[in-house]
Design a protein around this ligand. Structure first.
Ligand code: 5GP
Length: 183
């Protein structure tokens, strides 16, 4: 375990099982169809790669980047698109893939925005969900795991741009946050 990790919350093995479970459900739900996975950068890149490999129907991949104004560990509530999709999603079965849902503002906004582009269907998928922090109602069709209200890093999730490469989902110590700010 890396020295800045205080605790492993979700192990790599549990994450693998979670991806397999979600992949099976999606493959069944979209049998006979093609799906377009839209990963929300940067946090979803690891989950997207694992999930895509657990899906057995034909898959297309695209990415979007959004930023919520504000910094640190809390979202401000205003969502801005910083990188749009490369491809047209009209008549496609779209699944938006997120790393973690907190207030729900990002996914609610993306469902509304992408819904205006005439997709055949649109569903939301997140690896991790913190229901205790929800500020807006949003139906999420595929939730990997519900977690408690803790700030987590690893498996694509960062603190100030770091720790995305940790294979497990971890809680970092307060001293690691200070170190990160100084780096
Ligand atoms: P929402 O719009 O649901 O409030 O925010 C979702 C985004 O907030 C996630 O994509 C992620 O970037 C960030 N976020 C929420 N909770 C956490 C967390 O525990 N750790 C990290 N690293 N990011 C989080």
């Amino acid at each position: 375990m890396a020295k800045y990790v205080k605790e492993i919350m979700i192990s790599r093995e549990e994450i693998d099982q979670m991806c397999r479970r979600l992949g099976e459900r999606i493959s069944q739900d979209y049998e006979g169809k093609e799906v377009t996975l839209i990963g929300v950068l940067k946090g979803a890149y690891t989950f997207m790669a694992d999930l895509a490999r657990c899906i057995t129907v034909p898959v297309r991949i695209d990415f979007m980047s959004v930023s919520s104004y504000g910094s640190g560990t809390r979202t401000s509530g205003i969502v801005r698109i910083t990188k749009d999709l490369d491809a047209d999603i009209s008549h496609k079965h779209v699944i938006v893939v997120e790393d973690i849902v907190d207030s729900g503002l990002t996914l609610k906004h993306l469902r509304q925005l992408l819904g205006t582009r005439n997709p055949a269907s649109i569903a939301l998928c997140t690896a991790f969900d913190k229901p205790a922090r929800r500020r807006v109602d949003v139906d999420i069709e595929y939730v990997g795991m519900q977690i408690s209200d803790e700030f987590v890093v690893g498996y694509g999730l960062d603190y100030d741009g770091k720790y995305r490469n940790l294979p497990d989902v971890c809680i970092i110590g307060d001293d690691s946050k200070e170190e990160t700010n100084e780096a």
